[in-house]
Design a protein around this ligand. Structure first.
Ligand code: 3HC
Length: 295
């Protein structure tokens, strides 16, 4: 089995920067690609902040943090990732965009290089089929916040080879994560169950079942969830959730995946959650305060 030394990461938004951080912290030379250095500067500042928290808590030494930061490099040229042994893609949930990047890399990457998508809801086979390495294509689905959440869903398509699956599974473990095997169905395991729950929480707000903080409190205290569904939506991103719901609804044609109008309206208004400063809560103050929605 070819050893994985260099990791490429396509996209450094919320998920891509987290993936780059855990790869670098696990000892891999990590090359990140995005469209501008400004985006990378913001991502790198977030990575530095997160690593500083681990140092503060004694989970990393200052020397380990510095070594991890040294292993992180950035490029705006997709082709530069051709030298990596595995490329993990974490760009917007847009199949055309993803496939354009995969096709740009496919002809240049070494035969043994594994392509892995962090898609939340698109079918991995639809990306694998756009390349000539269907046998070396998997899904590696991480969870937000990537440095803290232990799970990775390792997704095998109908064409993924046994060796690729084993290498990807071992790679996920080497990041200090707990991999589980999942089939290539839209949403895999977690989003298949989580997305209807999150959308139902929005529907509960629409129907005036209870206030936003009380819905959150109820699920935290009644079910032992670490955060309520509306706080979790703010963390995941309302825009991201909207896109995932649209893809899953198109796939399954089941009402439970249909994005509720309130979600759409909040996304149109730019209330995307933590990353935009406001969603169901306003993060410009500490602790965050409730946003007054005109509904
Ligand atoms: N890096 C390093 N440390 C971090 C961090 C980060 N990015 N974010 C938070 N921390 C630290 C905090 O500083 C805090 O440290 P302390 O204990 O020393 O104060 C500690 O982690 C705990 O954080 P908080 O006190 O802010 O909050 P919580 O105790 O609630 O823990 C959480 C945070 C781990 C995010 C927890 O709330 C949780 O597990 N929430 C659920 C998240 C979840 O469900 N994620 C999955 C989303 S679905 C998904 O990603 C799939 C996609 O396809 C949609």
């Amino acid at each position: 089995m070819t050893e994985i030394k260099g990791v490429g990461v396509l996209g450094c938004g919320l998920m891509g920067s987290g993936i780059a951080q855990v790869a670098a912290a696990a000892g891999y030379d990590t090359l990140v690609r995005d469209v501008s250095r400004d985006i990378w500067d913001r991502a790198r500042a977030g990575i530095e902040k997160s690593l500083a928290k681990f140092v503060e808590k004694g989970k990393l030494t200052a020397a380990q943090r510095d070594a991890a930061l040294k292993r992180l490099t950035f490029t705006t040229t997709t082709g530069d990732l051709a030298r990596c042994d595995i490329v993990v893609e974490a760009v917007t949930e847009d199949l055309e965009l993803k496939n354009a990047l995969w096709q740009e890399l496919d002809g240049r990457s070494a035969p043994a290089t594994i392509f892995a998508s962090n898609t939340s809801s698109l079918t991995i086979a639809a990306m694998a089929a756009a390349t000539r390495r269907g046998d070396r294509f998997v899904g590696l689905h991480f969870f937000n916040p990537v440095p803290l959440m232990p799970l990775i869903e390792v997704v095998r398509t109908v064409t993924t080879s046994e060796e690729t699956f084993r290498r990807a599974f071992a790679f996920a473990k080497s990041l200090g994560k707990e991999p589980v095997a999942a089939k290539d169905n839209s949403g895999f395991i977690v989003n298949l169950l989580l997305v209807p729950y999150l959308l139902d929480a929005i529907r509960a707000v629409e129907h005036g079942v209870a206030s936003v903080p009380d819905i959150d409190k109820a699920m935290q205290l009644g079910c032992g969830y670490p955060m309520g569904p509306l706080t979790l939506l703010d963390l995941v991103g309302l825009d991201t959730t909207y896109r995932i719901a649209e893809i899953m609804f198109t796939e399954y044609r089941e009402q439970r995946y249909a994005p509720p109008p309130l979600l759409k309206h909040m996304v149109i208004a730019g209330l995307n959650g933590r990353k935009s400063g406001k969603g169901f809560y306003d993060y410009s103050v500490d602790p965050p305060k409730l946003v007054a929605l005109g509904i």
